[in-house]
Design a protein around this ligand. Structure first.
Ligand code: SF4
Length: 237
């Protein structure tokens, strides 16, 4: 295992924490974050374009090779139970992530992985992950060029089959909710979380107030973006 770790570093955008998980079912929990570089989609409203948009960011400055062993040492140097692996799209590097997530799980840490739901997790990777937060991209959020890639039935089925996935959708209008309902019906997605798009308190509250009643009526959950409310659009919080 050590040779694999040493030979295949991960491309990492940043590590940060302890801080608070700001979104989804673990909102408000203390967490460490490992944000991986690279994505297989190119959403215009992406809040982490420095993980993939090399027309605007320099990959030599934004993506650092780091070993799984080094990341594990960093994470275990904190007492924080929850470690969130995010991106970008972290499953692009899932083989290289195995030593990290397995090491964290063996040390009793809870590993949650945030993914866009277009890549199926391997059994060996999924076996060490306590929860997947899957965020399929809606038409209003995705780039037109990603129309065929953004929804992958096989990957969604594989993530559902883990029994540890929640599905979190970023929405900007009430009209987005019908598309979520359609995806839920087609792929039997549950539980569904809905999160307002926005990087300011004003915008988040505006969208949440528009959608809250319908989210409740459909039996779904509503996520705030706690880090935006607390710290604005600050990177690494
Ligand atoms: S899938 Fe996520 S990380 Fe990738 S471009 Fe879209 S919003 Fe950004």
């Amino acid at each position: 295992m050590t040779g694999v770790v040493a030979g295949r570093p991960l491309l990492v955008a940043e590590t940060f924490g302890p801080t608070l998980q700001g979104e989804g079912p673990s909102c408000g929990r203390q967490a460490l974050f490992v944000r991986l570089s690279r994505c297989n989609l190119a959403c215009p409203g992406c809040d982490t374009p420095y993980t993939w948009d090399w027309s605007r960011f320099d990959p030599r400055a934004e993506a650092r090779p780091r070993t799984a062993a080094g990341l594990l040492e960093w994470a275990l140097g904190h007492p924080t139970e929850l470690v969130v692996v995010t991106g970008g799209e972290p499953l692009l590097q899932q083989d290289r992530l195995v030593p990290l997530v397995a090491g964290l799980a063996a040390a009793g840490r809870r590993v949650e992985v945030e993914t866009n739901g277009t890549i199926a997790p391997s059994p060996v990777f999924a076996g060490s992950v306590a929860g997947f937060t899957v965020s399929p991209k809606l038409t209003s959020f995705a780039a037109p060029g990603d129309a065929r890639r953004r929804i992958d039935p096989g990957a969604l089925r594989a993530l559902t089959a883990t029994g540890r996935a929640v599905f979190k959708f970023v929405v900007s209008t009430v009209a987005d909710l019908e598309e979520i309902a359609d995806l839920q019906r087609r792929f039997d997605l549950a539980p569904v979380w809905v999160m307002a798009e926005g990087t300011t308190t004003e915008r988040l509250l505006e969208v949440m107030r528009q959608i809250a009643d319908e989210v409740v009526g459909r039996g779904w959950h509503l996520s705030v973006r706690l880090h935006v409310l607390l710290w604005g659009d600050t990177r690494g919080r």
